[in-house]
Design a binder for this molecule. Structure first.
Ligand code: UDP
Ligand code: MG
Length: 168
């Protein structure tokens, strides 16, 4: 089944210069990258992304982690697209707990548990189709994705936007 899934290279992955290694591992899936951007994560985006975990004792540390308070204030967000994308990417990522993750998985190879108990596991991947849709729509607008993966509509807006001061 053709699916799409959200991947985040988390701030620890960027701080440790693991971007290339992680993208190389993900290329084993032969899936297509249909969107990519570097994001400075706001508290609002962080809290919306992890809304299902808001009652967990580690929630506040998790929000700080994904906002980059412990590493670099950036995340690389990508959408992978293709046959069974969700399961293929989750498999290469490995288990949530980096100590339980297969040692050749991304999380097994690069993750750690902090003294505060947060799993710094270098990568996020959507867990199922409903999560993927919710998460992709949170991190990307339709014009930032090169496949038409979800229905869209066109609306008129009249908002200011920043443009280059000089240029063609
Ligand atoms: N997490 C954590 N401690 C836990 C469970 C989760 O620090 O006991 C963090 C970890 O970074 C994980 C994220 O919260 O990737 C989201 O948790 P989830 O249960 O959704 O796991 P995932 O879908 O990322 O495997
Ligand atoms: Mg999850």
């Amino acid at each position: 089944m053709i699916q799409q899934t959200l991947v985040l290279i988390k701030p620890d992955g960027l701080k440790k210069s693991l971007t290339g290694n992680i993208l190389t591992r993900l290329s084993e899936t032969k899936l297509d990258i249909v969107a990519a951007r570097i994001v400075q994560v706001s508290r609002k985006l962080a809290e919306e992304h992890y809304i299902a975990l808001k009652d967990k004792p580690f929630f506040e540390d998790l929000i700080k982690y994904i906002m980059g308070e412990y590493h670099k204030k950036k995340v690389m967000a990508l959408v992978y697209w293709g046959d069974d994308a969700i399961e293929k990417v989750r498999k290469i990522c490995g288990a949530t707990n980096p100590e339980e993750a297969d040692s050749i998985s991304i999380r097994g190879a690069y993750g750690r548990i902090t003294t505060k108990g947060v799993y710094e596991n270098a990568i996020h991947a959507s867990a199922n189709m409903a999560d993927a849709e919710r998460e992709i729509k949170l991190w990307f607008g339709p014009d930032e994705i090169i496949e038409d993966i979800y229905p869209t509509k066109t609306v008129k807006t009249a908002c200011e936007k920043r443009v280059w001061e000089k240029g063609a």
